[in-house]
Design a protein around this ligand. Sequence first.
Ligand code: SIN
Length: 559
Amino acid sequence: MLPRRLAAPASTWERDVDVVVLGSGAAGLSAALACRPVRSVLVVTKDVLSAGSTQWAQGGLAGVLHPSDTIENHVRDTLAAGAGLCDEAVVRELVTEAPKSIRYLMRLGAAFDPEHGGTDIALTREGGHSHNRIVHSGGDQSGAEVQRTLDESALGAGVDVMARAFALDLVMGTAADGQRQVVGVRIGQTNESGALVSVGTITARAVVMACGGYGQVFASTSNPPAVTGDGVAMALRAGLPVTDIEFIQFHPTVMWRGADATGQQALVSEAVRGEGAILYDAAGERIMEGVHPQEDLAPRDVVAAAISRRMAEAAAGVDDHVYLDATHLGERFYERFPSITAACREIGLDPATDRIPVAPAAHYACGGLRAGLDGRTALRGLYAAGEVTATGVHGANRLASNSLTESIVAGTRVGRDLAWELPDAVRPDPDIQAAANDPMAAPLLHPSRLREVRSVMSRHVGVLRSAESLASAAGALGSIAHTLGTGNDTAEPSRRSWEGTNLLTIATAIVAAAQARTESRGCHRRTDFPERRDVWRTHLDVALDATGTIDVTGTPRGS
Ligand code: SIN
């Protein structure tokens, strides 16, 4: 049984604000900043402000900024990458706002790289883009510049921050018309090492969920350690369905540092291929030639799948990595990609002269909590923006560098709307203060077992999946859930046990959706159903039922 609430002691403190934002990446801080002028705003982060994925984004932000490019081109590329599951109207909304959002960041102080020797902003290309339309900063440090800009702007505007505060569960109330409404969040305050310090309740007129994705559900990922799906798991526990969760984007080129390397791996930006780098297998044969018209700059799902197939063939006996050759850039590589240069040097490579060993790794959650680009969800009082959501922009496979743009556009819209109007104030339901003996709180996952969850996911639910591999994953995850809290596995409430429990919940949900989708589409690839099937041009929802079981809903079209 998966928990319907995270186990924690009773609340000992309370705080009330207009808007509480859960998460401190691009989406959360954009929302906080946009509503701050007229609202009291508290950003809650389980770590420090920059601990999420935004800080690590290399490529940049996609937006039509060159006269030779058009909104239509960007819409078309996004829809093509999304493999039939994008919502075209939402894509058009995003793409239309994208250039404005980039100019807004610049007015806030973001410094994007200029064209070599000029003053115009440099625009680069990544997989799936037909035109150069990605702005970047510090070469490959685009996310860090976005994070810095938003940190300074939000703090400067008076946004309050509660650090080392873990969002456990939503607090519900009942509005005058009898509707359920989110009215706050239960918080576990921890120390630097993640040990529980106290539990409290923050009440608010609006809760904005911007907790990011769940790359850490896999053994190898480009995501930092904090990316553990806390928002999606919380939404499931609140009874909300989560959509498209089977579509996890694997970045084709994460630096390969040995068969045993786990956790966050150094990204080798797709912009490196945008600058002309080529993928080779260990036998020196090109990988993308003849696979797709855009070859090495094909959409990410296509490249990751091609690499995985080539690794499975074990060219020259190598079955766990391939090579990226960017040596044509020579020493220009150092200036254009300083972070990747540093990561190469750490393993004794010189990217100007050596091919870089790479392999696919989990990178981005295309699915999540269903929300509009204005952040509205199915629950009154709950808003969501960024990677935690499924807005219809990404479909079955996100187009590179659309995500930071989406976070700025959606986050800012949520914040602006909340500045204009807040939901009515509603009191928490009396029974929500349930604590240690809460019957809906199943035992927590012992942190020592998280490695098993991750290795099951990487072994059986990676780039290529099958009925057999998914059944193995479902069996292994089911037995982990079954033994929660037994034997030596009893876990005390702490950041690690809450994160682990969230990841187990999400892993179970991903596997259930991946089992149900009997086709290959976007970044969900089944070796037993290798074709895209028209009947599956539909979304699957997963939900956590009252018994702590994951249910999948959604049926093939026409059945
Ligand atoms: C990259 O730089 O390759 C990552 C960009 C992205 O994920 O959008």
